[in-house]
Design a protein around this ligand. Structure first.
Ligand code: NAD
Ligand code: UFG
Length: 338
């Protein structure tokens, strides 16, 4: 079976993707520096699948470390998850974000070229659509102006991949634009383990529900949306992981430079998330309505038709599943991977 290198594969989306790839029969190699994860996630992936993962503790910017991985394994395709992703932190430390995110991409592309590896799938984000495009977002829309350095790193890396594919006729690239991944594997063994105060909605909700934090602040209820709170396209991380398996199948069979939205196409508001979480799990989530958060868009959701048409992929899980599985993970692992 083909060997897939997951750069940043010990993280939230990478670990779930590892499970789906292993269950489909692929061999998985992970390279991660654990800057936002731990090897425990991969140990649990192995437990869940009864398969083994070849694990390298490595900084993906480090070409010497990459050379060792590429020379020791015949890699068929790379999925590039490695990156820093906290929007607020990227505003405080833009240079660190540009250095880490862009260098990981350049080192991977250079090493792939050296070892003749021709397939790469990149974790991009809906954030590249920027502020000006109307929802639902379509892959054919132009990338917009981003509101923070994190978003710009994604936009710039998309450009780097497009230019690299134009210049190297044998290089195949798939850019996956994720919407808002939440949820966890239904076993409760792997999930999202943010360090410190969570930036994102669902980890904050689960930490309030479990009593680690007192109260969720819902950022703004005066947006031009049905209930005044922002809407997003929340996608179950296992559906997202299965999208990567489809993308791997496609890239191994087709020479391509393609972009796919990975979302459900259905927006839900912050209030709907909180209410659904409380109802499905029968727990209380203390919350108050506060000021808007700088940089937030009122609405963000995908047109997900292309992924269905070309990859034969669509989401299967409901918002209830997402809320149930997020809570199951949090309850079983109140302090993450320890
Ligand atoms: P994550 O932080 O859990 O995973 C990223 C992994 O990359 C971590 O394990 C981290 O240790 C590793 N990493 C970072 N820099 C590295 C380096 N220089 N060398 C080696 N490893 C490095 O985040 P995630 O939610 O799993 O996201 C995966 C990818 O998807 C990221 O690129 C992220 O920007 C992108 N993305 C995430 C979301 C989201 O909401 N979670 C949305 C859109 C895009
Ligand atoms: N929210 C709250 N309170 C909180 C946290 C979030 O009300 O404590 C609200 C936000 O204002 C927003 C919604 O919940 O309306 C979702 O916020 P997240 O921070 O969970 O997600 P974003 O849509 O802001 O950003 C996410 C990822 C980015 C990615 C973007 C687009 O964090 O990496 O989706 O894909 F770029």
């Amino acid at each position: 079976m083909p060997k897939i290198l997951l750069a940043g594969g010990a993280g939230y989306i990478g670990s779930h993707t590892a499970v789906e790839l292993l269950n489909t029969g692929y061999e998985v190699i992970v390279a991660d520096n654990y800057s936002n994860s731990s090897s425990e996630a991969i140990r649990r992936v192995e437990l869940l699948t009864s398969k083994s993962v070849k694990l390298y503790q490595a900084d993906v910017r480090d070409k010497k470390a990459l050379s060792e991985i590429f020379s020791g394994n015949k890699i068929d395709a790379v999925i590039h998850f490695a990156g820093l992703k906290a929007v607020g932190e990227s505003v405080e430390k833009p240079i660190m974000y540009y250095r880490n995110n862009i260098d990981t991409t350049l080192s991977l592309l250079e090493t792939m070229q050296e070892y003749g590896v021709k397939n790469i799938i990149f974790s991009s984000s809906a954030t590249v659509y920027g502020e000006a495009n109307p929802v639902p977002y379509l892959e054919t829309m132009k990338r917009g102006a981003c509101t923070n350095p994190y978003g710009w790193t994604k936009s710039m890396m998309e450009q780097i991949f497009e230019d690299a594919a134009k210049a190297d006729k044998k290089l195949s690239v798939i850019l996956l634009r994720y919407f808002n991944p939440i949820g966890a594997h239904e076993s409760g063994m792997i999930g999202e383990a943010p360090q410190g105060i969570p930036n994102n909605l669902m980890p904050y909700v689960t930490q309030v529900a479990v009593g680690k934090r007192e109260c969720l602040t819902i950022f703004g209820n005066d947006y031009p949306t049905p209930d005044g709170t922002c809407t997003r396209d929340y996608i179950h991380v296992v559906d997202l992981a299965k999208g990567h398996v489809k993308a791997i199948e496609y890239i191994l069979d087709n020479h391509c430079m393609e972009i796919f939205n990975l979302g459900t196409g259905t927006p839900y508001s912050v209030t709907e998330i909180v209410e659904t979480f409380e109802r499905v799990n029968n727990v209380k989530v203390n919350h108050v309505y506060g000021a808007r958060r700088a940089g937030d868009l009122a609405e963000c959701y995908a047109n997900a038709d292309k992924a269905l048409k070309v990859l034969g992929w669509k989401t299967e899980k409901t918002l209830e599943d997402m809320c149930r599985d997020s809570w199951n993970w949090q309850k079983n692992n109140p302090d993450g991977y320890i």
